[in-house]
Ligand binder design. Structure first.
Ligand SMILES: Nc1ncnc2c1ncn2[C@@H]1O[C@H](COP(=O)(O)OP(=O)(O)O)[C@@H](O)[C@H]1O
Ligand SMILES: [Mg+2]
Length: 380
């Protein structure tokens, strides 16, 4: 329970939001999940992909769903501090000599923010942003004011070359994406047409941000005891593969792991929640693959066997028989078959891996029948 509302009810509100957004934005389910982790854990997030792949649209749609002050800005190298934080109050300055920024409608007063192309900011702007993002305070010229900023979302088509960049390190969640696959193009064209209909904005449902706040309020009550040893094991493996991550991220990852459990309606974390590390650890698109493989191997007990079996399956599929290689090929197939049977009988495998083994055995059976037929017909 969280407050008076059961966790399952809060989760179903989030699922309704997810359903709405995913019915208009095509193929960005993972990106949306990551933005939701950011909201529930009260962390910042960034989407990284080529231009025109729906980053801004997804972020705007999510932000517009909530009834909170929102600030959006497209940053460029000459964006000034006052564009983001507000201009000095001239009257106060003239009459009383007090320098005070008028923050109305600017980042210091926003609960949700979308800073597009955040890495294009000048170093002065970055420093100011660091404080507000990290401490959620802003020096308004006379005093530090507490900012309501909950989460800052960002989008970019590049990432800093320096993995240790202070700014990069403070954006806890990051997703690297590519353009849509061809199978989704037709659906995408249809959705594009729907979204750009006049009046679409008016159809966006409104949700109270308290859903997110209540989910966040139970974050630290999620039990992470079961997963900590595994988490350390993963960190050790990642370090061995020379993947760099700061102590800060190691700790903060727990908030996202807890969010993943909460959004699944649980108050105890499980190994599956550790997959969120895919959106926390990688510093570039290349590292995503390394991190994913390590996670699969350590979280799914039979991931290694599954990969091996999938490879074997591909190999079997591509075997062709000709008159010169009939004996060798049959011998190879025989060897593969006994190996697969051995796997199937001796390991504690997940259903998925068993299915792949069965499929590979089926292909072998078909190939053998095909050979026999060709042999009888004298084609070999
Ligand atoms: N996956 C998608 N689903 C639906 N519309 C999309 C998708 N990707 C891009 N679009 C459309 O393309 C336009 C440009 O996308 P935008 O969000 O501005 O891209 P980005 O911010 O990544 O440069 C949007 O107005 C949107 O209508
Ligand atoms: Mg954009």
């Amino acid at each position: 329970m969280s407050g008076n509302i059961p966790l399952s009810d809060l989760v179903s509100h989030v699922n309704a939001i997810r359903g709405f957004i995913n019915s208009f934005v095509v193929g960005r389910e993972v990106e949306l999940d990551v933005l939701l982790y950011a909201l529930v854990s009260r962390e910042h997030a960034i989407l990284i992909s080529e231009p025109g792949t729906g980053k801004s649209m997804l972020i705007r749609l999510l932000a517009q769903i909530f009834d909170v002050p929102y600030f959006e800005y497209q940053i460029h190298p000459r964006t000034t501090l006052s564009e983001i934080f507000g201009v000095p109050n001239i009257k106060l300055l003239r009459e009383q000599g007090i320098l005070k920024f008028n923050t109305k409608g600017k980042l210091p007063e926003a609960k949700l923010a979308f800073l597009d192309e955040i890495f294009k900011s000048s170093s002065a702007l970055r420093n100011a942003l660091l404080t507000i993002l990290n401490e959620r305070i802003f020096f308004d010229g006379t005093q530090n004011i507490k900012c309501p900023l909950w989460t800052c979302l960002s989008a970019s088509n590049e990432v800093p070359k320096n993995k240790r960049d202070a700014f990069w390190d403070r954006i806890t969640l990051r997703v690297f994406s590519s353009g849509l696959p061809k199978e989704k193009w037709k659906l995408y064209l249809r959705k594009y047409w729907d979204i750009h209909q006049p009046g679409f904005e008016k159809k966006i449902p409104k949700y109270s941000f308290s859903v997110i706040e209540q989910l966040h309020s139970i974050l630290y009550s999620v039990n992470l005891e079961n997963i900590r040893d595994k988490l350390v094991e993963i960190y050790v493996s990642l370090e061995r593969e020379n993947i760099w991550f700061s102590n800060r991220r190691m700790g903060r990852a727990q908030k996202v792991i807890a969010s993943s459990a909460i959004l699944d309606g649980r108050n105890v974390a499980s190994f599956e929640d550790l997959f969120v590390l895919k959106y926390i650890i990688p510093n570039n698109a290349k590292e995503v693959e390394v991190v994913s493989t390590i996670l699969e191997d350590l979280i799914l007990p039979d991931a290694k066997i599954r990969r091996e079996v999938s490879e074997i399956k591909k190999q079997v599929e591509s075997i062709e028989l000709s008159v010169d290689n009939i004996k060798d090929t049959l011998a190879i197939l025989g060897r593969i078959e006994s190996k697969l049977r051995e796997y199937r009988n001796s390991q504690t495998l997940t259903q998925k891996t068993i299915e792949i083994i069965e499929e590979a055995l089926e292909i072998i059976k078909r190939k053998k029948e095909e050979f026999a037929e060709k042999f009888i017909r004298g084609e070999l």
